[in-house]
Design a protein around this ligand. Structure first.
Ligand code: PMP
Length: 308
């Protein structure tokens, strides 16, 4: 995916030109995967630009850091403010934000107590999985790569190193001509997409894989569960075998980048009518409705960029 670089970025407490946001090649994170990050979207809403669940995302950033004993030298409110500042400075409305904290330069070895560097970038981004996918859906495949076993690398942390797994899954899928890959857990049961959680629809009920299935506990997933239950749609979090992908009436993926993306086929087998089904469309309508005001923001998920 091409990326148009913005002019400004936040790093270690200051806004600076994009090209000046550098780190040393001997930074711990570059060698050992010791970074934690978030992906957050902002939208232009009728009440001005707003960041979707900014505080929840950054709370997860701190939780990921905690798992790896990384002490982020800023408060949650400071990171939230940095996110707002980067959007404003770059005059961005609908954008993707990337706060990242990493072990920098300092000492040598796996357990080195390095300084923790922090940056927040933001740029304009459309549909992550390609143009038109929100309407047409994507063709997915089950990956030959499994997700990490739960007692190896914790999938509940959004850490840089985890995305070696994501890269294997996503790159294999693209190489084979698919839009995205879905991975199984080490149990052999369904886990999630390379960078998305999954929902299956059976008889009008939503079924999604549980957090114990080697996945990231997605904030979009949580938002959709909440919206669905509020609308009287039953949601079940459960383990499911691979073949349920082929048997369900509808299937979609969700995530900050992917938003709510229908899946029209898996492993070359058509799902339902081969296009977004009624429950998927309803979930898209409720989710995107948050940003045009047609879905009430009952939970204060839209955090305004201008707080005045
Ligand atoms: N799983 C993985 C592996 C991801 O990288 C993401 C994207 N952050 C998700 C699920 C979806 O999470 P969220 O809805 O919080 O973006």
């Amino acid at each position: 995916m091409d990326m148009q670089y913005p002019e400004w970025i936040w790093q270690n407490g200051t806004i600076k030109p994009w090209a000046e946001a550098t780190t040393h090649v001997m930074s711990h994170a570059l060698h050992y995967g010791s970074s934690v990050f978030e992906g957050i979207r902002s939208y232009d809403t009728p009440r001005g630009p707003a960041i979707f669940r900014l505080s929840d995302h950054n709370r997860r950033l701190f939780a990921s850091a905690r798992i790896y004993d990384m002490e982020i030298p800023y408060s949650l409110e400071q990171i939230n403010a940095a996110c707002r500042e980067v959007l404003k400075k770059n005059a961005l409305g609908k954008a993707y934000l990337r706060p990242v904290a990493w072990r920098g330069l300092g000492g040598f070895g796996l357990s080195a107590e390095t300084p923790i560097d922090v940056a927040v970038a933001a740029w304009q981004m459309g549909a992550y999985l390609g143009d038109g996918v929100l309407e047409q859906g994507i063709d997915a495949c089950v990956s030959s790569w499994q997700r990490m076993a739960p007692n190896t690398i914790p999938t509940g942390a959004k850490a840089g190193g985890n995305y070696l797994s994501g890269q294997l899954i996503a790159r294999e899928a693209r190489r084979l001509g698919f839009g995205e890959g879905i991975a199984l857990a080490s149990t052999g049961l369904l886990s999630e997409g390379a960078g998305e959680n999954i929902f299956l629809v059976f008889d009008g009920t939503l079924h999604t894989t549980p957090v114990s299935a080697a996945l990231l506990n997605g904030i979009t997933r949580n938002s959709l569960i909440t919206l669905a239950r509020d609308a009287g749609i039953e949601v079940v979090e459960r383990d499911m075998p691979r073949e349920y992908l082929y048997l369900c009436d509808e299937l979609f993926m969700c995530g900050t980048a992917a938003e709510v993306t229908p899946i029209r086929s898996v492993d070359g087998r058509q799902i339902g009518a081969g296009k977004a089904g009624p429950v998927t469309r309803k979930m898209q309508e409720m989710f995107f409705g948050l940003f045009d005001g047609s879905t009430p923001d009952k939970y204060g998920w839209l955090e305004p960029v201008d707080r005045t």
